[in-house]
Design a protein around this ligand. Structure first.
Ligand code: BYC
Ligand code: FE
Ligand code: FE
Length: 481
């Protein structure tokens, strides 16, 4: 069997030779009906009978792994796809650095590793649940198709984690796999595990911000897990990352197109001041200050996903060789970090201060810093879009301390500039920095569906190129009556 190619003759497409792994195949086949029930109950609302122009992985070769075709979502071939094994691969960091990479779970790290896999797995279906209602208000067939592509791939990411649980963690792995289908985003009794995955994604602007900021946390976490000494986890994450790139593309270009449309409309109407919000809104487009607020919200929610700045969990994950740093193998140091320090932003006597911390416990902060750099580049590209239209406005990431619920700054109120203010002051200014109910109502009022091929809602510009190089009026979704 060529592990680059995916076996589609079995019910569960895979490149891990499931046909000869009877026990795991049985476990996965046992889990499959529950997954389909979950997809029907919690996946995209409506459109399940519609034909969607989706890509499906046919190989794990980074070049040319995808095949495009019309598919009904419930018939999407969710599969188990791992990047090829490298026989020479080693544990590249922590106290086991230099050992051969593990093909089985090291007994002493079993609980920790299972927890990492479960948390990763939990986010995937959560995002599908958060986005399930959006098909009904899609601004075009192109956007609708992108939403559904992201959704089926997040579904596949769940499969990826469930495969690991069922193959490597025995009975408790199977129980965890079942629980992944039981929790629900935003549920009172059985919520998803991480904060941002229980928030609503009320409109398409939120969806674009989410795929830019929160899927990018996904990218950073998957990059760190791709460094894992537990080789099956590493291989799984490496293939997931190739899919992740599209999710962030959807977010970045989505926001770009909204900015483009707003600025074009302002120019055409002769509005020079971006703060003339009512005038801009009267054009049926989203004003730039509201874009900034939405960005403030999604960035700060995503920062919370990195955990506390100072974390013994993070140190243990690293020491044990389970979770590395972003681009670990490209960093020039001892990859043990036992004597190193890292500068961490902390609250010291009520002041935001950079403090030296042991590098090992500061790993969450370090990954978050890498994340912020990655976000900044994207925001700069957005600013270029605005600048080119001649509108005088810049988007800016808010300060780390702004609107946090996890870590050092969870008990203080900080402005986007990083000024700490009292509760009373915060209550007065909050709506200047985060989307208010009225902002949400305005955005909702624009969310009228557009389903004619080649047409786009008034608040968003068309994309520069089609998916799979299709022409502008391509029918990306054939909506079933
Ligand atoms: N919400 O030492 P601490 C993605 C808990 S996104 C609620 O500060 P640690 C995707 C924590 O569990 C990527 N609870 O943090 C994107 C711990 O609980 P216990 C998902 C939180 O453990 C879009 C306690 O607080 N993957 O793929 O160092 C669409 C103290 O924790 C939160 C991963 O996250 C929170 N935000 O780091 C679809 C990778 N933060 O143990 C998909 C796997 C912390 O005391 N996960 N807590 O009960 C990890 O590496 C780590 O668990 C975290 C937290 C980075 C999340
Ligand atoms: Fe994912
Ligand atoms: Fe994603």
């Amino acid at each position: 069997m060529n592990i680059m190619n995916v076996d589609y003759t079995t019910k569960i497409p895979n490149n891990v030779n499931l046909a000869e792994d009877r026990q795991v195949l049985k476990a996965l086949e046992g889990w499959h009906p529950g997954y389909l029930d979950w997809w029907n109950d919690m996946g995209p609302e409506g459109f399940q009978e519609s034909l969607v122009y989706l890509r499906t992985a046919i190989s794990v070769d980074p070049k040319g792994w995808a095949k495009f075709d019309y598919v009904r979502m419930p018939e999407y071939r969710w599969g188990v796809l791992l990047a090829p094994q490298d026989e020479q691969r080693q544990v590249n960091f922590g106290q086991h650095k230099g050992e051969k990479a593990w093909q089985e779970v090291p007994g002493e790290y079993r609980a920790m590793l299972r927890r990492l896999v479960v948390i990763q797995g939990d986010t995937e279906p959560a995002s599908v649940e958060q986005q399930r209602h959006l098909g009904k208000t899609a601004p075009s067939l192109y956007d609708m198709r992108n939403l559904f592509q992201v959704n089926v791939e997040e579904g596949r990411h769940l499969w990826a984690m469930v495969y690991l649980l069922q193959k490597y963690f025995g009975r408790d792995g199977r129980e965890e796999a079942d629980d992944l289908l039981r929790r629900r985003s935003g549920d009172e009794d059985a919520p998803r595990m991480l904060g941002a995955f229980n928030e609503a994604t009320p409109d398409w602007l939120s969806f674009f911000m989410f795929t830019f900021f929160t899927d990018r946390d996904g990218k950073m976490q998957l990059e760190s897990l791709a460094q894992s000494g537990f080789d099956p986890l590493s291989r799984t994450c490496r293939f997931m990352l190739t899919e992740e790139a599209h999710h962030m593309f959807v977010g970045e270009t989505g926001v770009s197109r909204v900015l483009q449309r707003t600025c074009d409309a302002m120019k055409a109407a002769g509005i020079e001041d971006p703060n003339e919000i009512e005038k801009v809104r009267a054009l049926g487009v989203i004003d730039l200050p509201t874009m900034q607020k939405k960005m403030n919200l999604h960035y700060s929610l995503s920062l919370d996903l990195f955990g506390s700045e100072v974390s013994t969990n993070a140190a243990n994950f690293y020491n044990s060789g389970l979770k590395g740093r972003f681009q670990e193998t490209k960093i020039d140091d001892d990859h043990r970090l036992t004597n190193d320090i890292y500068k961490v932003l902390k609250l010291v006597d009520g002041k935001i201060t950079l403090v030296d911390e042991p590098a090992l416990t500061a790993l969450n902060m370090r990954l978050r810093d890498d994340y912020t750099l990655d976000c900044e580049k994207g925001v700069e590209r957005w600013n270029k879009v605005i600048e080119k239209t001649g509108v005088n406005f810049r988007l800016e990431l808010p300060h780390t301390a702004f609107h946090r619920q996890i870590g050092e700054f969870k008990d203080v109120n900080a402005t986007p500039k990083g000024v700490i203010v009292s509760d009373a002051e915060w209550a007065k200014i909050k709506n200047d920095y985060l989307p208010s109910t009225a902002d949400g109502d305005f955005i909702s009022s624009l969310m009228e569906p557009v389903s004619e091929p080649g047409k786009f809602a008034n608040w968003i510009a068309p994309p520069k190129v089609g998916i799979d190089n299709k022409p502008g009026d391509f029918e990306y979704v054939k909506i079933a009556a």
